[in-house]
Design a protein around this ligand. Structure first.
Ligand SMILES: *Cc1c(COP(=O)(O)O)cnc(C)c1O
Length: 706
């Protein structure tokens, strides 16, 4: 059994387990309670279970399953007949280096904040599945993003629990001499050192740079403390470590990337380091710039001008003066590389501009966002028409195996060999769906909703206990809680995402009387579950949370409108699988893509959204619902009024009535048809396998040099 213990530990050392249902089952079966308590972290789990216990447990039933899963893992790792080997062999030979300030791979590895990180996590998993040689570069944040809790007024408070390397599936990167590999970057007048950690994500590798080492002065040790924490100064320091440090790390490891992919502008300083290297090798400036540009691609995610990272001239001067003195680039020349006005070095330095200047190809993350980006950067290219702006689009997707719950995955496996088949083409999906009866589908929906509601009962007991709300709000008394909070028979709407104000979480509360009639309808009631974090500096976002919590405690809504604390990947998975309808109410066109709605589809959830981000591409009238038709108003108040009105109308006249319309077998036949349409038309397109294939074929392969 010692062999099985080591097989089990082998599984914990690679996040492949996080998208393998059976592997997760092993950890849960070892101890369901511990598994919850350690936030689904198998490294931590095994630290709490003795080898004696493991040996005994593996001797009975779990041993065989563990060996079976380990064998499957090993054959996955050894597979050579992959999509990339067949289609993009260049990307097997040399790796894609993918830089991102955050990666949301699993809730137990807290190095992400929101959608950008989750996208990067799903991207790296699909790159692994497709067999692309792939290295990710990010930072190791010892405090991660914050843990959210609410005080009894519903105001968000933040807590920053530490995460320890020994509790994570990471190992220190060492050099050829066996010692810790340390790289250094120049910040202001100082040399800042970073060590690196290696995290295996299937066949892909993620490197995490970490400045929290004794060689650094304490204020530099804190660069790698919090995801998007601190002020502008902290931000620029993080971005130097990520971009410049990342290039230096790859060099130190002897890795020669086929392409550098900047996922959002945070990592764009990497281009300065590549330029520095070219200049040091004696390449003249203009040629050096072209050479750097040929090796980089860039994805922008921000459709509003104010959302882009910008640094003042003073800050740039203070931070880069020493660096520039070594590499021979003049300060004004550098400022021009990030200047929105190409002839004026005296403005702000914009990271997106730097990235655009140095990428051979750039893209937005949905068709609409591509258009918005071309419009936004027209001046930079001196283009007459936005059609002349060289920014394309690749619409975001989600990693199917990560967002189908174990229940969902087992369900589809009754009808097909793999979720990948269901997500391949519309015809394939339709063929599979033809075997699924309405009873089957409705059973899946009830099962997933029951799982969510059970989860919420446990979760809320905890949340309300520390909020001290039991005594203040008697309707939340624990014995009544289980009885009165949420019902699987009721149409359930979910809304969860970052509480950025443009996402308008409180929109559905605009008319409380109307909402009351909807929620408390005698025969067709509705319940709503909210979750989401506001950035610690975003008081307007926190105010939105407070308002929703306050509404949720009104007697008419108690137990029917719920706010769950501390939205993260684990809570997201429960929510997107359990709810019937996923609501999204951004101010168009501020949602670059949005991905959470795509996560619900395989689980049988339906989207109800403003026509923004990915939804205008996917929505066909039969696979969900839209809020309005993309109408735009000059003023926010008018926009909110219009959108809220549409929201209520569609909800009352279409969504609720369809859900509650039952046939003689008590099945909502029209609803189930919508689910079938959604699965057939959305699942095969809005997944990261399709997305990463597009990146590989259209962006990672350098067609010009072929
Ligand atoms: C998917 C996801 C997001 C992004 O959701 P959007 O709808 O794209 O805003 C944010 N946070 C978590 C935890 C997620 O799982």
């Amino acid at each position: 059994m010692r062999k099985t213990i080591s097989s089990c530990k082998e599984l914990t050392n690679n996040l492949w387990w996080s998208w393998d249902t059976e592997a997760k089952e092993i950890f849960r079966e070892l101890s369901p309670i511990l598994w919850e308590r350690v936030n689904h972290n198998p490294v931590e789990l095994l630290r709490h279970i003795s080898n004696d216990e493991l040996q005994a447990r593996f001797q009975c039933c779990l041993g065989e399953k563990t060996e079976r899963v380990a064998a499957r893992f090993r054959s996955y790792m050894a597979e050579t007949d992959t999509w990339a080997a067949r289609n993009t062999p260049e990307l097997v030979k040399n790796p894609v280096a993918y830089f991102c300030a955050e990666f949301g791979i699993h809730e137990s590895v807290r190095i992400y904040s929101g959608g950008l990180g989750v996208l990067a996590g799903d991207h790296i998993k699909s790159a692994s599945d497709l067999g692309i040689n792939f290295v990710g570069i990010t930072l190791f944040y010892k405090e991660g993003y914050f843990r959210q809790y609410l005080n009894h007024d519903g105001w968000q408070l933040e807590d920053y629990p530490l995460q320890y390397p020994e509790s994570l599936p990471i190992e220190k990167v060492t050099g050829p001499d066996g010692k810790d590999l340390i790289i250094s970057v120049s910040i202001a007048q100082s040399e800042v050192f970073a060590q690196a950690w290696r995290l295996k994500v299937g066949r892909a590798t993620l490197y995490l740079l970490d400045t929290n080492i004794p060689a650094n002065e304490s204020h530099y040790r804190d660069i790698c403390c919090r995801v998007y924490g601190g002020d502008q100064n902290m931000r620029i320091n993080q971005e130097i470590v990520l971009g410049i440090g990342g290039v230096k790390l790859l060099d130190a490891l002897g890795i020669a990337p086929a392409v550098y992919h900047m996922n959002e502008g945070h990592s764009a300083f990497l281009t300065l380091e590549l330029l520095t290297k070219e200049l040091a090798a004696g390449t003249p400036m203009e040629e050096a710039k072209l050479k750097v540009k040929k090796r980089c691609v860039f994805t922008t995610h921000t459709p509003v001008p104010a959302g882009h990272d910008r640094f003042s001239r003073d800050m740039m001067h203070y931070t880069f003066d020493h660096y520039l003195s070594q590499n021979g680039i003049s300060f004004d020349d550098m400022m021009l590389l990030g200047a929105e006005d190409r002839n004026n070095p005296f403005g702000l330095f914009t990271m997106t501009v730097l990235a655009l200047n140095f990428s051979r190809a750039a893209n937005g993350v949905s068709k609409l966002h591509g258009e918005v980006s071309r419009q936004m950067w027209k001046n930079l290219y001196g283009a007459e028409s936005e059609n002349d702006v060289p920014i394309g689009h690749i619409t975001n997707g989600v990693h199917a195996h990560s967002w189908a719950t174990p229940t969902t995955e087992r369900f589809w496996r009754r009808f097909t060999d793999s979720l990948d088949t269901l997500c391949s083409t519309q015809e394939a999906a339709e063929k599979i769906l033809a075997q699924v009866s309405n009873e089957d589908l409705w059973c899946l929906r009830f099962h997933l909703k029951r799982n969510l509601i059970d989860f919420i009962h446990r979760y809320l007991a905890n949340q309300l206990f520390h909020q001290h709300t039991y005594s203040m709000y008697p309707e939340y008394d624990s014995s009544r809680l289980a009885k009165n909070t949420l019902s699987p028979d009721v149409l359930t709407i979910g809304f969860a995402r970052r509480f950025a104000t443009y996402k308008r979480a409180p929109l559905i509360f605009r008319d409380l009387d109307r909402l009351n009639r909807i929620i408390n309808h005698p025969t067709m009631p509705v319940q709503i579950i909210f979750a989401g974090k506001a950035h610690p500096h975003d008081d307007a976002g926190k105010e939105y949370i407070r308002q929703i919590v306050e509404h949720s405690r009104r007697p008419q809504f108690a137990g029917k409108i719920i706010f769950l604390e501390n939205y993260n990947l684990g809570v997201a998975k429960r929510m997107v699988s359990g709810v019937d309808v996923w609501l999204n109410t951004p101010v168009r066109p501020m949602e670059a893509s949005g991905t959470s709605g795509e996560k619900t589809v395989l689980n049988g959830g339906l989207n109800f959204s403003v026509l923004d981000g990915w939804w205008p591409e996917a929505y066909n009238g039969e696979n969900g619902w839209s809020i309005g038709n993309g109408e735009l108003f000059e003023n926010y108040e008018e926009q909110d009024r219009f959108d809220a009105e549409k929201l209520y109308d569609v909800l009352e006249n279409q969504i609720i009535t369809t859900f509650y319309e039952r046939d003689e077998n008590n099945l909502p036949v029209k609803w189930l048809k919508k689910i079938r349409n959604a699965i057939a038309t959305i699942a095969p397109v809005y997944n990261t396998h399709r997305m990463v294939r597009e990146y590989a074929e259209n962006y990672y392969l350098n067609k010009e040099s072929n």
